[in-house]
Design a protein around this ligand. Structure first.
Ligand code: SAM
Length: 416
């Protein structure tokens, strides 16, 4: 070698470099917190689970949709940020037995297998045979042939492998199925994207000796919904055909007459200042969730497609390809939160005739949220009382009925 020439850089694998960049970014953003999760995400070759995607796409911090039927995304590789957040919530250790519901590409199962090691065991279930067949190929190609793949409805768990130290869903549920709890080991942890009053929350629950599940962490998330026996009804009402919809916070509370709501959408009226600026995250899991918990009649109002471009959508908050806001129905209309894209505080806008009560109630709830320090999903403490464990509420407790359990929802810290 000519000493005058600089040494040639070592030959590197572009996928390995992209993976290292992904993990660095996830660490910087605080999504990856532990060395073990960083080690697993640095080791598992995500691109082998997405053979149809470019290396760039495979390592971008985005979900990659892998199966679409009739315009609906049925499967995806979850966003790396979310994968990291959930792995941190799971707190895996060598030797643990894990059940994953929602095998998808198999990527998360490989990460779990890496973290529980050869002395652990991973079973992953998907409802679609073609997804399971593809995931099996990916897992073998990536060097994780011992992951057990099952085609079936994960609503039922997978009794043959129970008990599990961890049961994790990577698909959204509106219920805490008794099967998942029954298949947990004593002190086991159930982690799932759970729909609570219209927000999807990634909740890690620890099973207590008293049969109750207590959350150890709560994060915001957005997952594809469970199909099959645990699918549940989708509480969304279309307001006409141009992309307006209303989602009631409490699925037990019917949407007020959709035609009347639609007429009110087209009749924006007086506005009152609020004095707070809202982020997209506030609309769903900050103020939005606070309002939905305090006032079950709360609606999320969403404008998609052409509706998002219409004058009535001006002032709604831009969220993932749509515009959305929170609304409180009144007698002949509703009051909604709006703000300008350019900046400035939010306002309460009356549509139709919501009546003074709705305006005063919305304003009062917003004031309490601000006084409480603008709490978010991460500030929540959830206790689940499965069927057979009766909740004994104190005055003022917020109880949310799921299909098979009652949730006690509290905010941590000094909430006014
Ligand atoms: C977001 S993807 C999971 C991502 C996956 N963990 C990965 O690492 O690629 C959600 C998956 O849940 C599956 N799914 C939906 N309903 C299900 C059910 N009832 N039982 C099992 N899997 C289900 C879908 O088919 C889809 O593959």
């Amino acid at each position: 070698m000519d000493p005058a020439q600089p040494a040639a850089p070592p030959r590197t694998d572009p996928a390995q470099e992209a993976r290292a960049r992904m993990v660095d970014a996830l660490r910087r953003d605080g999504r990856v917190r532990s060395d073990t999760v960083a080690w697993a995400m640095s080791a598992v070759p995500r691109h082998l689970f997405l053979p149809d995607a470019t290396v760039e796409t495979a390592y971008a911090d985005s979900a990659v949709v892998t199966k679409v039927v009739a315009g609906v995304a049925l499967s995806s590789a979850s966003q790396p940020s979310m994968v990291a957040i959930m792995l941190e919530q799971l707190d895996l250790h060598p030797g643990q037995r894990v059940l994953e519901i929602g095998a998808g590409t198999g990527y998360n199962a490989a990460l779990i297998a890496r973290l529980v090691g050869a002395s652990g065991a991973v079973t992953t279930v998907d409802i679609d045979e073609d997804i399971v067949v593809a995931a099996a190929g990916h897992l073998v190609a990536a060097g994780y042939p011992d992951v057990v793949l099952v085609t079936g409805d994960g609503a039922l768990g997978h009794p043959p492998g129970a008990p599990y130290d961890r049961v994790v869903l990577t698909v959204g549920s509106a219920d805490l199925r008794p099967e998942w709890i029954a298949q947990l080991a004593p002190d086991g942890r159930l982690l799932l994207p759970l729909r609570v009053r219209g927000s999807q929350l990634s909740v890690a629950f620890d099973l207590g000796a008293d049969g109750l599940l207590r959350s150890t962490s709560v994060r915001s998330c957005a997952f594809i919904r469970l199909r099959g026996a645990g699918a549940g009804a989708e509480p969304v009402a279309a307001l006409g055909t141009d992309g307006w919809s209303a989602e009631p916070a409490d699925p037990g509370t019917p949407v007020p007459d959709p035609d009347a709501l639609r007429a009110a959408v087209d009749r924006p009226g007086t506005e009152e200042p609020l004095g707070v600026r809202l982020s997209a995250a506030d609309v769903w899991d900050g103020l939005g969730l606070w309002l939905a918990l305090g006032e079950p009649r709360t609606l999320r109002l969403v404008a998609r497609g052409t509706a998002a471009e219409s004058p009535a959508a001006a002032g709604l908050v831009a969220v993932a390809g749509a515009r959305a806001t929170i609304a409180l129905p009144g007698t002949g209309g509703f009051v909604a939160l709006v703000q300008d894209d350019a900046g400035g505080p939010a306002r309460m806008r009356c549509h139709g005739d919501p009546g003074c009560d709705a305006v005063a109630r919305l304003g009062a709830l917003v004031d309490v949220w601000v006084a409480a320090g603008r709490p978010h999903a991460a500030d929540l403490q959830l206790t689940a009382f499965p069927q057979g464990c009766a909740a004994t509420p104190a005055a003022g407790d917020c109880l949310v009925e799921l299909g098979s359990a009652t949730l006690l929802v509290e905010y941590l810290g000094p909430v006014a």
